[in-house]
Design a protein around this ligand. Sequence first.
Ligand code: ATP
Ligand code: MG
Length: 470
Amino acid sequence: MARAGCYYRYAWPSHKPVFLLTDSIQTDHPAPQIIPRSDHNISRADISKPALKVLYRLKDAGYQAFLVGGSVRDLLLGRHPKDFDVATDAHPEEVRALFGNCRLIGRRFRLAHVRFGGEIIEVATFRGLGTEESAGADREVSAETGRLLRDNVYGSIEEDVWRRDFTANSLYYNIADFSIWDFTGGVADVRARRLRIIGDPEARFREDPVRMLRAARFAAKLGFDLDDESARLIPQLAQLIGGVPPARLFDEFLKMFQAGHALESYRELRRHGLFDHLFPATAAWLGPGTDARGRFLEAALANTDARVAEDRPVTPMFLLGAFLWGPVADRAAALAGEGMTDFQALALAAAELSREQTERIAVPRRFSIPMREMLQLQIRFDKTRGARALVFLQSPRFRAAYDLLMLRAGAGNADPGLAHWWSTLQALPPEEQRRELGLQRAGAPGRRRSGRGGRSARRAGDARGEQPLA
Ligand code: ATP
Ligand code: MG
């Protein structure tokens, strides 16, 4: 039955619901193309044990059970999926009844999280086309138990598929016979490395502007080409990002910038006019981004990607701080020009820009506080003598601040001699560090003024002068 034309509410898990017009989504249920096991490369050996357990237990209980979303796409591409999502016609309560280790999350649209050790398998019931408004009429609740018997937020696979974002993300791997169900031409698109939005691009981006960020992210992560119509529309609709809840944008930030493809994500966001709406102050400071400023940001992004590639820990506060450093330094210079001390000016600029940025992207305080400190601490590198310098060197915040200093020096925004001096200092044994910082006690063996990398080197650096990131 075609239901085009009626309003219903979009509610993807954990996201704020948005009104939409179903015209944008095909709802007349064409049959899927079923691709048998012999015609695709997805092997059970590449699916995690917990995901297989969930799929089989659902199937054995008589339900439909599919692997869905990014995992099917990634397996087709021969990539290792980040996680495995399952879709089923079993209702959340029914899923819970099958698994001891299961928690239901969400309110109206509930998802089951089945835990196996450290791995959580998200099991979603197929979404239906129910409306929030008609919820009362469409819901049947048992008079005795109050338990929900029927609720058309849930539906069939034929309804579920059209709510997904891209054809590459709309494939279902059926555990019953290992076939792939393809309603949208997604397999051909994955093979051709095409990112094609399902339905009318403008309507789908308006329904949920985060899909524009997802487009940039998948283009970056997978090297897919975005369809021309979407590429044309996104710059026009990019300002809709301003209406997305900041907490959701932080989640998207993590997926774009902490997963090993930060540099490509940044380039895609810039290319499609999206970056300005995520980082307005950085974008204003950056301008065309083709000069030293752009190189500085790209170096920070490449640095994060290299850490991820080497399995070293990354924290979002570092990249966020690198994004804000330019605008913070500019504002601090302006404040100092109005009569503040350099120290006060930097502290205030860091606090202001951090606040402005977190209004757009809700960076949790456990990241925004150390980020602000990392920015404020940059001034402490100028002091290379005395007890305060030693306290700084030994503080838990030193390392991140130092990493930012190194990036700045690499981009000509900090004195390379100074950066080198701090690098050398860290490698010295404690006693020599004290000597280098001029903390030698009277009577102790003679003071050694270092050669290269010591104060003399630093003075030479001072004479060269720091270049602003012009
Ligand atoms: P990743 O590899 O990053 O996990 P993914 O495609 O699995 O990519 P998820 O955010 O895990 O992305 O979402 C799982 C699936 O849910 C997607 O493949 C897509 O089908 C659907 N989906 C997620 N977000 C949206 C959205 N905003 N609009 C429509 N469908 C969405
Ligand atoms: Mg996923």
